[in-house]
Design a protein around this ligand. Structure first.
Ligand SMILES: [Zn+2]
Length: 465
């Protein structure tokens, strides 16, 4: 669904939005500390509407991710864009229509660059397994029971949940691109077709072409060869060729588990056995690590072609938990770094090797946080993901952690000049959560639990389901 249709559909069930003219505001600015009225309803001009071509959104503090937070801040929204941001006194004029959010923190909408909404309905269905391979067996057994209707319902439920948690942009991998046409997408979505050819590598090109047929009607889409153990070298190469030609994004799972490392490096282990059993050609095993295989097959050592963001830059790589010292040497040599998505709670569920955040960050990779699917996580909250990350990496500043679900993923999607910050001319994707006097504002954001009470997507105030 296009944003315009999305908006008209959403307006049918809007709630009362209280606004007033800035000129009717009390002279609260005269005091040393701004005084915020608790009840916006006391304002004279209460207007029942959810969308204005031009409005001022005011809050106790605006966290822009583009400089210091702005106390008593405001954002001027014009159409789908942010026209101005700053102190309320500087941004508003007497005749402006003001949406006063009072004691709230305004911040950019969150961005999840790794999830699989197909499996929202598998929440709690797969208890922790003794191995990654057993988890694959279990999820495959659960998938056997699902129909196309189940998947559509699952994806819709996933979108609603992500939106409730303040996610305004999402990169979603789907194994069923043919179902996308059935889905009403409530938030900005990059659809990635998750492609597998382990049993039939001779069909790689055909599989890619068929996915493109389903994907190309969407505004934002890309290709996701699933992982080196399920997608052949030809499938990876074909996806990259198409991405360069059509200027698309690419994503995959890489070096996620110990068993993936054992399979490729040592030609042994449970994953090796499973894939051998199903008839995968295992001649690529026993030579190199998953990362080295990936880099070699995609010719990352060659000079990046001078396209808008190159060959390497268009890859969003999920996981990278299993890396050897020689892998780190290879990563250091890559000139244009790809983006990495770490999924803290899914990582904990599987008990993977410690994520080497510091080393990867020092090498210059753009590291983002994602939720992964609910077949290995409890919910789709990026707030919970930030807290899980902070628990493991307490030395990382909360502001930097918030960057990993705003600025970082916007860069991963090659849209760092369009969203991820509250900044002039950026798309007006903003959310608000309750303000707490203490602790500091970034901690307040990380500590937020529950449904995000106020969301604006592309200049439009949306009800959360
Ligand atoms: Zn995944």
């Amino acid at each position: 669904m296009r944003p315009a249709e999305l908006h008209s559909a959403a307006t049918k069930r809007y709630k009362v939005q209280r606004t007033t003219k800035a000129g009717n505001m009390p002279a609260w600015r005269t005091g040393r500390r701004p005084v915020f009225l608790k009840h916006a309803a006391t304002f004279a001009a209460v207007i029942d509407r959810r969308y204005s071509r031009k409005m001022i959104v005011r809050a106790r503090i605006v966290v822009t991710m583009d400089g210091a937070p702005i106390p008593n801040g405001a954002v001027r929204v014009s159409g789908d864009r942010i026209a101005d941001v700053g102190k309320f006194s500087d941004v508003a004029s007497a005749n402006d229509e003001v949406v006063d959010l009072g004691e709230r923190v305004l911040l950019p909408g969150l961005i999840n660059v790794h999830c699989h909404l197909d499996y929202t309905c598998l929440r709690g269905k797969i208890p922790r397994q003794t191995s990654f391979t057993n988890w694959i067996r279990s999820i495959n057994a659960e998938k056997e029971k699902l129909t196309a209707e189940d998947y559509v319902a699952s994806i819709n439920a996933g979108f609603a949940e992500a939106q409730r948690f303040g996610t305004t942009t999402m990169a979603n991998l789907t194994a069923f691109p043919e179902l996308i046409a059935e889905i009403e997408t409530p938030i900005r979505t990059w659809w990635f077709a998750e492609l597998i050819d382990a049993r039939e590598p001779e069909r790689a090109n055909e599989i890619v072409e068929s996915a493109i047929e389903s994907l190309q009607a969407n505004k934002n889409w890309g290709l996701a060869p699933h992982a080196p153990f399920t997608a052949s070298g030809s499938l990876f190469q074909r996806c990259q060729e198409v991405a360069l030609r059509k200027n698309l994004l690419l994503t995959t799972h890489l070096a996620e588990s110990r068993e993936e490392m054992e399979m490729f490096r040592d030609r042994s282990g449970w994953l090796y056995q499973l894939l051998k059993e199903i008839g995968r050609d295992m001649t690529d095993c026993g030579h190199e690590t998953p990362l080295q295989l990936f880099l070699r097959e995609l010719h990352f050592s060659q000079r990046d072609p001078s396209t808008s963001f190159g060959m390497t830059g268009r890859w969003i790589i999920a996981h990278l938990n299993e890396l050897t010292e020689s892998d780190f040497d290879s990563l250091a040599e890559i000139q244009q770094k790809f983006s990495i998505v770490h999924c803290p709670r899914s990582h904990a569920y599987f008990g993977h090797a410690a994520f080497q955040f510091k080393r990867l960050q020092r090498l210059g990779f753009n590291i983002c946080l994602g939720t992964d699917s609910l077949a290995s996580n409890d919910d789709l909250s990026l707030f919970a993901e930030m807290r899980a990350f902070q628990k493991k990496f307490p030395a990382v500043e909360p502001e930097k952690i918030l960057e990993m679900v705003t600025v970082g993923p916007a860069q991963a999607l090659n849209r760092e000049h369009e969203f991820g910050k509250v900044r002039q001319n950026f798309l007006a994707d903003i959310i608000a959560i309750p303000f707490r006097e203490s602790p500091a504002v970034y901690e307040t954001i990380l500590n937020f639990v529950g449904k995000v009470p106020w969301i604006m997507l592309q200049g439009k105030i949306t009800d959360t389901p």
